[in-house]
Design a protein around this ligand. Sequence first.
Ligand SMILES: [Zn+2]
Length: 371
Amino acid sequence: MKRKFARKLFNTKKIYDLNKTDDLFVKAMRENAIYHYENCSEYKQILDNANFNPYMVSTMEDIVNLPFLPTLYYKHHELFSKPLWRMPVKATSSGTSSGLKSKVAMSIGDLWRGFKMIKKVFSYHKLWSIRPVTYLIFGYQPTRHSQKAIMKTAHGFTYIAPAKKRVYAIRWTKNGYQVDLELMKQELIKASKKKTPIRTIGFPAYTYFLLKEMDAEGIYLKMPKGSKITVGGGWKQFYAEKVDKNEFYHLVRKVLGIEEKDCVEFFGAVEHPILYTDCKYHHFHVPVYARVIIRDPETFRPVKNGKMGLINLMTPMIEGTPLLSVMTDDLGVLHDGCECGESSPWLEIIGRVGIKDITTCAQGADELLKG
Ligand SMILES: [Zn+2]
């Protein structure tokens, strides 16, 4: 089946013009809902049980009423709408203490849409560079031992600008993954004496931890012009932040000599593989590829912008797994207006609702640090 409307949506030039794309978004969601309804029996059952007819979707209100699936559901069920052998990517989320992981599959078409999205988002935020850079990755070295999506993402990011060198903070050894921040420190010192700009990628917690240590040791560097700090690599880190963002940017300036405008933050999730990038005020505006609904935790009715509720993420991007409408267990607020001038609302992630036993990816990283 040709994904006509999804293709149009992912070809949209103005990536934050939500108003102009509402109609297209609804059509692409309808197309995607019908696709999964016809190709995934479990999804069909969910819609049938809810008495929801995907062929009737025609307005944004219908999209609001489309049954959502909680992220937890993908940890217990494998939902695929295409034979697995036809899908090049099977990603798993970073998992929980109970070992549960979401399994999501992506088709070639999904990857193609993802590629177009990344290309447009990075162009818009001026992140492409033809100048080779040294990548310092505060994350896992890719190995055949793991298929964490976060690792694939971090590795993928190192193609934004040509890589002169890639250094990983969490390396595979005979004892499993080990964190080596000392190596990162030495590489930063080396890089500061050269002309090649650096890009850091990955867990904010590690980056912050290392910068704190360097500050305590009185190591102050000036990174080559064109250097950037990018943090991200997963949805989970962003609300579990123990770090005040301003303090983080202050440390980056003090220790590495990199300005706040050259600090970029991303988020995305296995269950919602959309690339959110912060504006210069560090707000995550919703791009045309997605819509965010904040819902009342008791009634699940949408709340007004500015009010807190559960974050429901929507996108018609994926045909491998029905990810059209995913309900997270995170609280957030959708805000209107930003000094950057972008008309699209921005999402503030407040935190997790009451589920204590879930060890997030960031907490897992914390434990590695302690060990
Ligand atoms: Zn903004």
